[in-house]
Design a protein around this ligand. Structure first.
Ligand code: CMC
Length: 431
């Protein structure tokens, strides 16, 4: 395992401090400041964690400058072309690609856990019909800790394994039922004859009154969407899961926290916000107005689906997603759609615009995913739940890694306090 190869020297107040420097297997070196406060009585300041590595991890690597994403070393474009979602799940969870027998066993285990406890239906029915499906997912996933007591002891490796499989298996059912409930249709039970992605489409679009045959091209596109969202190292929702579970919270509660974080428009909520923005722009001639707004510092508007904290080059997931979008739209015969024209032209203009070029703002994964999901028949409110069900494996893999990490401690950031210094209480009549 790569470790300290050198030290960095910090000079402060006439003293100097030697800080160990860790070398990763790939990527920039990391200065270890863990003993800094104890030795030098100072904190470091890094809101948004732009320069802070919060953990060691062996799961996912991103090189934002060249637009590279690796899962356990395998490039995302190779996985998207040659693998499938459950195989990527295995890779993320266990560290290596499975043998045929290991994959079969894993698929069987996931498939056997797709049903929800029947009583959980009452949670769905307790929500208003117009509730956002993400609100339902936060609630129902949190409620899993009230149902699956036999997999909440995080000190037991077997229980951790069962919790992991349960969440990967049940999340599509939860997302599909949140959707069914919102449109007033009966819940459709999982069908174990179908693969993971096809089963999800089936639970979303089948009704008891008719036969529903899942189109294999759409199932493949759905599987690819899931693969492209499976993990993304220490992003906001993953860090939320790690922080929540660092206190010893159970996995269902911790993943519910991750879902809540993902919902925001700067993160997973961007796919919904992006399609709504494309619809609001409406026609190609209105694009310059929105580009001008995005550049205007006094306007909070941002071009949704553009920019990324880490990628300062094309998001490699977006490249694959774009080609998948072309395939799906061709299949469904909707290449000539106004929203698509706006998206294509917006992408062209933004990629040439000086502001976007200078700030290295490229389309991200959320720019194209909504176009495909919309074409498949999903309402915009389902876009982020689909992101959540796909990212569940990433959250769980990172959670499993954290639990067995000997360096793991409760997450407890410090602060740069700028409030009042000590002062004495003043009686109300004297204020
Ligand atoms: N439109 C216009 N300007 C932008 C945009 C945008 N989409 N994104 C960043 N900028 C500007 C920003 O105003 C800032 O300008 P200045 O340097 O003059 O202050 C500069 O670019 C750097 O941006 P930042 O906000 O400091 O970057 P960040 O790393 O804090 O935020 C981001 C990254 C993804 C939150 C942000 O780019 C954004 O809000 N994008 C739109 C929402 C979006 O598409 N999110 C999905 C991200 S990918 C999937 C996921 O993570 O879930």
């Amino acid at each position: 395992m790569p470790d300290n190869t050198s030290t960095a020297t910090l000079s402060l107040g006439g003293k100097s401090y030697e800080l160990p420097v860790h070398s990763p297997s790939v990527g920039p070196d990391v200065i270890d400041i863990r003993k800094l406060y104890a030795e030098a009585d100072v904190f470091t300041f890094d809101p948004g964690f732009t320069s802070t590595a919060a953990c060691r991890s062996t799961i996912t690597y991103i090189d934002g400058d060249v637009g590279e994403l690796l899962h356990r070393g395998y490039p995302i474009d190779q996985l998207a072309e040659k693998s499938h979602f459950l195989e990527v799940c295995y890779l993320l969870l266990y560290g290596d690609l499975p043998s045929a027998a290991q994959l079969e066993d894993f698929e069987t285990r996931v498939t056997r856990h797709t049903m929800l406890h029947e009583q959980m239906q009452y949670f769905f029915r307790g929500f208003r019909r117009d509730a956002h499906p993400m609100a339902i997912m936060v609630g129902v996933v949190g409620a899993m800790s009230a149902f699956y007591h036999d997999s909440t002891d995080i000190s037991d490796p077997w229980q951790r394994e069962v919790a992991a499989i349960r969440m990967i298996a049940k999340m599509p059912t939860i997302a599909a039922w949140a959707y069914k409930y919102s449109i007033g249709q009966p819940f459709v039970y999982p069908n174990n004859r179908l693969d993971y992605a096809a089963n999800f489409l089936h639970m979303c679009f089948a009704v008891p009154a008719e036969d529903y045959v899942v189109d294999p091209i759409l199932a493949k596109a759905m599987d690819r969407i899931m693969m492209l969202h499976a993990d993304h190292e220490q992003n906001a929702s993953t860090s939320t899961v790690r922080l929540a579970s660092s206190s010893g919270a159970n996995p269902f509660a911790s993943i519910a926290a991750g879902i809540a974080c993902l919902w925001g428009p700067a993160h997973g909520g961007a796919n919904q916000a992006c399609l709504e923005m494309l619809r609001e722009i409406g026609t190609v001639d209105r694009i310059p107005e929105y580009i001008a707004r995005a550049k205007d510092k006094s306007d909070p508007f941002k071009l949704m689906g553009f920019g990324h904290r880490v990628y300062k080059n094309f998001d490699p997931r977006a490249k694959v997603m774009k080609s998948s979008a072309d395939e799906v739209l061709a299949l469904l015969g909707i290449e000539d759609n106004e929203t698509l024209k706006v998206a294509t032209e917006l992408e062209r203009i933004a990629l040439e615009d000086e502001y976007f070029v200078e700030k290295k703002l490229y389309p991200n994964v959320d720019f194209y995913s909504g176009i495909i999901l919309n074409a498949m028949g999903f309402p915009t409110s389902m876009f982020t739940p689909i992101f959540a069900l796909s990212r569940t494996v990433g959250w769980i893999s990172q959670w499993k890694e954290m639990i067995t990490d000997p360096e793991q401690r409760i997450g407890r950031p410090r602060q740069l306090y700028t409030g009042a210094a000590r002062r004495d209480y003043v009686e109300v009549e004297h204020r």
